[in-house]
Write a protein that binds this ligand. Structure first.
Ligand code: G6Q
Length: 547
């Protein structure tokens, strides 16, 4: 955006960048049809696999030369060293002076990861043990509410990184969850979210997990206080009930105690876990209660398997590196604005929404680590919906619109709910969509079907539209962990090359500050003196007049 007159960054001055620009020009006139015709083994060769996660990237507008140039760029920009720095616990989140160690959350016992000279792995396992004990007590009915009833309902109150992961994981792993329990997630400061979540629940059977790294987030604190009032109003006002119905997940013990939650019922994590990288920390307590500690550990093992793959596999066979490089290829050299993530698995219906935060909060940055404005595009917009639903809606634009939208199709060999021919039909659509996007349908083919001449252009599919196909055997907790880590490290790869800080999120601050100021103006009994722009002033007046 607006990069026309900027001085050239070190990235765009690199020889490999110049080579990629030149090569992209050549590739624009090559089609996937040609690439496949001229190389019949392509569909088998342009693939990679990591512990059962299979990536077919052959339907991308790339050749072996493209990959070599992208790998050269990764090497020139020091990707290897940057990966090592993250795993070593270096403070690579420079604007917040923090280490970035979500990988430590899934490190097996005995591994050593140092932050400021201290090994953090034992603490990770201590919290996991505490979570397991608690989850087992809730699941077995040993943990009782204030009136002696079993807990049947769990409500996670959190927002952003303290919500999107838990929601997504609950939906994704519902098959493995305790069906006698109800799980809900309240995030929005819109009171409707809370009201609808509790309207049919008995307070005496309800446990609130207040999930907030800082324990100061406006939405979460507002919802937590409302939950407290709701509970007390239903249980006769006895403050002692709070301890049985509220636990906290936070890094801020002081604020937790201030809220009235016993810090013995607090599950901690650390400032080296970013919100959007925290679903496998204590923030995942709702997931653990739903699926049980053993399944949760399986999920962690999946994350860890992908971490090891990312850290140790040569880049040309490294799934997150390949995925990251392909995204960068389209973003910077083909002017692609977005990436569509299309899971053909109903349980992954919240996966695209989860990835939106992971990718866009991480790589939505306009300055380099040195603070200079970039002269290249950074993070693309990620979006998507599960298939086959999307096919009957927005796929039209992907097939025949004017934009290039790289797609990630995600499919599984087996269904968790095998019903008649459903799964074959589902998977036939995955393969058909990727094929149609890549190869399209020519005017000759359309004509040969007897189509009237005037109608032919409408029915032509240009093809040449890139996609990845990611396949796994079946959606398990382990596979979910692998898939999330795959995208986490793809984001890392992109950020490393773009030389941006993928782990801060200053962009969300300004709106928060302004909202606090405006809230006072909306609630002030006397007409406030408004000093915003004329639009904001008028909107505030109109709201005050009609509220
Ligand atoms: C994530 C962001 C953000 C954060 C929420 C909730 O990386 O930092 O989405 O997770 O603002 O923050 P708390 O957990 O502190 O309430």
């Amino acid at each position: 955006m607006d990069s026309g007159n900027r001085t050239k960054s070190s990235l765009t001055q690199r020889p490999s960048w110049a080579n990629l620009l030149k090569h992209a020009d050549e590739m624009r006139s090559t089609t996937l049809r040609d690439l496949f015709t001229n190389d019949t083994g392509r569909g088998e060769r342009f693939t990679a696999e990591a512990d059962g996660i299979f990536l077919d990237y052959s339907k991308n507008r790339v050749t072996e030369q493209t990959l070599q140039l992208l790998l050269a760029l990764a090497n020139e920009t020091g990707l290897r060293g940057k990966i090592d720095a993250m795993f070593r616990g270096d403070k690579i989140n420079i604007t917040e002076n923090r280490a970035v160690l979500h990988v430590a959350l899934r490190a097996p016992k005995g591994e050593q990861i140092l932050v400021d000279g201290k090994d953090v792995v034992p603490e990770v396992h201590e919290v996991l043990e505490k979570m397991s004990g608690f989850a087992n007590r809730v699941r077995s009915g040993e943990w009782k509410g204030a009136t002696g009833k079993h807990i049947r309902n769990v409500i996670n109150i959190g927002i952003g990184g303290s919500d999107l992961g838990p929601v997504m994981a609950y939906e994704a792993l519902r098959h493995y969850s305790d069906r006698s329990m109800t799980f809900r997630f309240v995030s929005n400061v819109d009171g409707t979210d809370f009201a609808e979540a509790v309207r049919d629940l008995a307070a005496e059977e309800t446990l609130f997990l207040v999930a907030s790294k800082t324990f100061t987030t406006l939405e979460t604190m507002t919802n937590a206080h409302t939950a407290r009032e709701w509970l007390l109003s239903k249980l006769g006002g006895d403050e002692a009930a709070v301890a049985k119905h509220f636990v906290a997940i936070s890094t801020n013990a002081k604020e937790v105690a201030k809220f009235g939650i016993d810090t013995a019922n607090m599950f901690g994590f650390w400032d080296w876990v970013g919100g959007r990288y925290s679903m496998d920390s204590a923030i995942g307590l709702s997931t653990m209660i739903a699926i049980g500690p053993d399944h949760f550990r399986e999920m962690l093992a999946g994350f860890h398997a992908m971490d090891v793959h990312f850290r140790t596999t040569p880049f040309e066979r490294n799934l997150p590196v390949l995925l990251g490089l392909l995204t960068l290829w389209y973003t910077d050299f083909f002017d692609a604005q977005t990436v569509a993530v299309l899971p053909y698995e109903q349980y992954l219906k919240r996966f695209p929404a989860y990835l939106q935060q992971l990718t866009m909060e991480s790589n939505g940055k306009h300055v380099t680590l040195e603070g200079t404005h970039v002269d290249y595009e950074t993070g693309p917009v990620y979006w998507g919906e599960p298939g086959t639903n999307g096919q009957h809606s927005f796929y039209q634009l992907i097939h025949q619109g004017t934009r290039q939208i790289p797609c990630d199709f995600i499919g599984f060999a087996k269904s968790l709910n095998p019903l008649g021919r459903h799964h074959d039909m589902l998977m036939a659509n995955v393969f058909a969509q990727a094929e149609a996007l890549a190869f399209g349908k020519t005017a000759e083919q359309v004509k040969a079907e007897g189509t009237a001449d005037w109608l032919v252009p409408h029915r032509v599919f240009e093809g040449n539209r890139p996609s990845n196909t990611i396949l796994a055997e079946v959606l398990t907790p382990r596979v979910l962990g692998q898939l999330i880590a795959l995208y986490e490290h793809s984001v890392f790869t992109q950020a490393a090359i773009w030389n941006i800080d993928a782990f801060d999120q200053w962009g969300v601050e300004l709106g928060k500050v302004l909202a606090t100021k405006i809230l006072g103006e909306l609630e002030s009994p006397a007409d406030p003196a408004l000093a915003h722009d004329s639009s904001t002033n008028a909107l505030i007046r109109r709201y005050r007049a009609s509220k």
